[in-house]
Design a protein around this ligand. Structure first.
Ligand code: ZN
Length: 438
């Protein structure tokens, strides 16, 4: 088994790379049957196209040598070549032709089942008690990769030792998850009374919108304890079951909830803080993705205006449209976020009383779990309030129609003979008109 990194071939001396490739294959032929594994193949296999910074003589020579060696291959030689990279899109096309590196295996982020198995692997040498439920941990860690999961197990073990135990509990694991996601609690940082109030309203703003627009993932935890990653508090939410698709409504709720923190600050305190910078960044990215990649804007329709080139690394999208269109996209992003912000403020104004109760509770307790949050009397009342709000809006509609009819009657555009009934069906929040006028 020959294992080397792509960078092993590259040296400052011209010709060394090519000769190393020759030596490798000579040695491999002698040892056959054998496996050659080249890690980070992009160091030598990068496209010769100038778009990817090609035109490096030494690297090209190394690549040409590699291509030439692989050409002479057949199954009788007994050499098997494997290579790995995070950037398959920059590899030279010639390297990927049939007969060379022609099979591709994608090692993607693990799904729920994958995460459970990964957790089992990393926890083999760690003592766990009966409370441990990997299912719950796997559910919470959607989007994390193997090394993150290993990190969670490690942090949980450290927490157990710190508490003088020799077994890890579910609580340790959940705490470790928080540590990996948001850093450690930074209890020595003392917030002023006013700051703590602002943070409490801010976080409740996020959570309340999620709870009211219940087409989104339930809230799991809200905290206003500062963490080492710089946040003064956060709302944690994760789905009850693994999701592979998200609807436009769910994404819109994410957007409204993201700006909900800032909206709460504005509605409650009349001024805003810099605490929402991360929310703003996330909201902008999400809005831009919805418009340029998911085809969710009426203005641009189903056009891919941006593409992700290195999906296994940063995942950053680059725009591929005219500059004028790009400016329009910025405009559309601004509009989308502004409308979400208005809606967030509206929801918060309508639920101000509940908001105050919840913020007060969070201020006193500093951390509340999703269950506590949903159980709180305030939320039950909230449902009544929101029903009333819908009913209230319906009444406004009826009033408007009545006024309109009176106007029409005055102008003799309708006569008295036509009787009309308006029936409200609260279940569907729709108005049914019958026999309105002749
Ligand atoms: Zn926030």
């Amino acid at each position: 088994f020959f294992s080397l990194a792509g960078s092993d071939f590259v040296e400052m001396f011209v010709g060394v790379g090519a000769s190393r490739v020759r030596d490798l294959f000579k040695e491999a032929t002698k040892q056959a049957p054998c496996i050659i594994f080249i890690d980070e193949i992009d160091a030598i296999g990068k496209s010769r196209d100038s778009k990817y910074g090609g035109g490096n003589d030494e690297r090209e020579q190394t690549l040409n040598q590699l291509l030439a060696e692989m050409d002479g291959f057949d199954s009788s030689k007994g050499i098997f070549i494997l290579a790995a990279t995070n950037r398959p899109e920059v590899l030279d096309k010639a390297l990927l032709r049939p007969g060379r590196l022609d099979r591709r295996i994608t090692v993607d982020r693990p799904d729920k089942k994958g995460r459970i198995e990964t957790l089992k692997v990393h926890s083999k040498d760690v003592l766990m008690d009966d409370t441990v439920d990997f299912d719950e941990i796997a559910m919470a860690t959607s989007g994390l990769v193997g090394s993150d999961l290993a990190n969670i197990i490690n942090e949980a073990a450290i927490a157990a030792v710190k508490n003088g135990r020799n077994v890890v509990t579910q609580k340790d694991l959940l705490g470790a998850f928080d540590t990996v996601v948001a850093g450690k609690e930074k209890k020595e940082r003392v917030l002023s009374k006013k700051e703590k109030q602002v943070v409490a309203y801010h976080e409740i703003g996020h959570a309340l919108i999620r709870a009211i627009k219940n087409n989104s993932d339930p809230v799991q935890k809200i905290t206003i304890i500062p963490h080492t990653n710089g946040s003064l508090g956060y709302v944690l939410n994760f789905p009850e079951e693994e999701k592979h698709l998200e609807t436009k409504d769910e994404l819109m709720t994410d957007l409204i909830s993201l700006v909900g923190g800032r909206a709460a600050e504005e509605v409650v305190f009349g001024s805003v803080t810099n605490g929402a910078y991360d929310d703003i960044k996330k909201a902008t990215n999400l809005a831009k993705t919805m418009i340029t990649r998911y085809g969710m804007s009426d203005r641009f329709g189903l056009v891919a205006l941006s593409t992700v080139e290195d999906e296994y690394l940063s995942g950053r999208a680059s725009m591929n449209c005219a500059q004028a269109t790009e400016a329009e996209v910025d405009d559309e992003v601004k509009k989308l976020i502004a409308s979400c912000y208005e809606e967030a403020k509206q929801i918060i104004r309508e639920n101000r009383e509940v908001m105050d109760q919840l913020a007060r509770y969070l201020y006193d307790h500093e951390t509340i779990t999703g269950k506590e949050f949903m159980k709180m009397e305030a939320i039950h009342q909230q449902l009544v309030v929101s029903q009333k709000a819908i009913y209230g809006r319906t009444l406004v509609v009826i009033q408007t129609i009545m006024n309109l009819m009176i106007q029409l009657k005055k102008k003799k555009m309708i006569n008295n003979k036509g009787a009309y009934h308006i029936v409200i069906c609260p279940l569907y929040q729709r108005l049914f008109f019958s026999d309105m006028c002749e």
